[in-house]
Design a protein around this ligand. Structure first.
Ligand code: PMV
Length: 353
């Protein structure tokens, strides 16, 4: 009853920022993203055993407190799996984030997608993409998009039980092979306002949020058309405008939420200048100041040059679109249920200590 899965982060181009159900994690709007390649991956092993007295969660080789509100969703996911599989055994989870040091990246999407896949398989379940997506969603919303590779839509759904709120893949990772995402890290610190708390506050207080809800359904359709046609110019403009729209409702929240810093704004202006009338770089920002710049292979050099002229950029990571989760045999827990000491070393990968 052991399984190990590797899943990767995704970067949204139409953002999820608001829930209609806090407990089931149901969004107020559909969102669209690309799943990233292995540079932003999490490996997670789950083992169920009647020898275990309680659930345990180990992250990057450290035992975490599962009663902490930041880690408690792991137990929600384990309980859902146990209920579906009709088992009672406690579980050990061992997870390692293989992100470049100081990438300043939120790892929750990769982590909860990997956990959904590994836990369900370890419990003997054969879940399809829809079921895995619904399970991952209960960890963090954006994780429901990371159970698939390529270009993915999280369909908001309308049902109160969340049974129609899950991700579907519109195109695989081979659809737009030239597409790149350049991550410009300007701050690697943990964000001050969590996305969970921030989006709740936005829905409750922002008058502009209403306008956003009216504008998004058409944007989702326009974005899908641009991506399916590989129309980069249209795609980049829609992506940048959508990023600004989300950050506008964040600022319109009371008390205001600001995730962008002066370096983020420098990058926005640098990209606008680089683009001129025909965009080659389309930035987007999540709940943090680091830029995710979509571009195409032939323009990677120009984007990197623009970034090299911005003092606050500490690190640049070039990602491709990824294929989604995969199961591997390199477990992080041994057959006796003991956590195997390990660490992630940049350039080497996961190394057993
Ligand atoms: O899934 P969460 O709670 O980490 O929320 C993520 C929200 C954004 O990253 C800001 C947007 C998105 O759709 O990924």
């Amino acid at each position: 009853m052991i399984s190990t899965c590797e899943a990767t982060a995704n970067i949204a181009v139409v953002k999820y920022w608001g829930k209609r159900d806090e407990k089931l994690i149901l969004p107020t709007n559909s969102s669209l993203s690309f799943t990233m390649d292995d540079q932003l991956k999490t490996r997670t092993t789950v083992m169920f055993s009647d020898k275990f007295k309680e659930d345990e969660f180990w992250l990057n080789g450290q035992k975490m407190d599962l009663s902490d509100k930041d880690t408690a969703e792991r137990v929600v996911q384990l309980d859902l799996v146990r209920e579906k599989a009709g088992i009672k055994e406690k579980a050990k989870i061992s997870s390692i984030n293989c992100f470049p040091t100081a990438a300043g990246m939120a790892s929750s999407a990769a982590g909860f997608a990997a956990l959904a896949c590994a836990a369900s398989k370890a419990a003997g379940l054969e879940l399809n993409g829809k079921e895995l997506s619904i399970l991952a969603r209960r960890g963090s919303g954006s994780a429901c998009r990371s159970v698939m590779g390529g270009f993915v839509e999280w369909q908001a759904g309308t049902k109160s039980d969340g049974s129609d709120s899950y991700a579907v893949q519109h195109a695989s990772e081979t659809h737009w092979p030239e597409l790149r995402n350049i991550i410009a890290v300007v701050d690697a610190k943990k964000k001050k306002v969590s996305s969970r708390a921030g989006m709740k506050q936005t829905v409750a207080t922002s008058p502009l949020y209403k306008a956003r809800m009216e504008y998004l359904p058409k944007l989702v359709e326009d974005m899908k058309k641009a991506v399916m046609a590989k129309d980069f110019v249209r795609f980049a403009e829609l992506t940048m405008r959508e990023s600004s729209d989300m950050h506008a409702v964040m600022l319109d929240t009371w008390p205001p939420i600001t995730y962008l810093n002066d370096w983020s704004k420098e990058i926005m202006h640098g990209a606008i200048e680089l683009n001129g009338a025909t965009p080659i770089a389309g930035y987007t920002f999540d709940a943090g100041p680091n830029a995710h710049i979509y571009t195409t292979k032939q323009n990677v050099g120009a984007v990197k040059k623009m970034l090299s002229e911005i003092e606050g950029v500490n690190k640049v990571i070039e990602c491709k679109v990824g294929a989604g989760p995969r199961y591997v045999d390199d477990h992080l827990i041994d057959e006796d249920g003991v956590i195997i000491p390990h660490e992630f070393i940049e350039g080497k990968g996961i190394v057993v200590k």
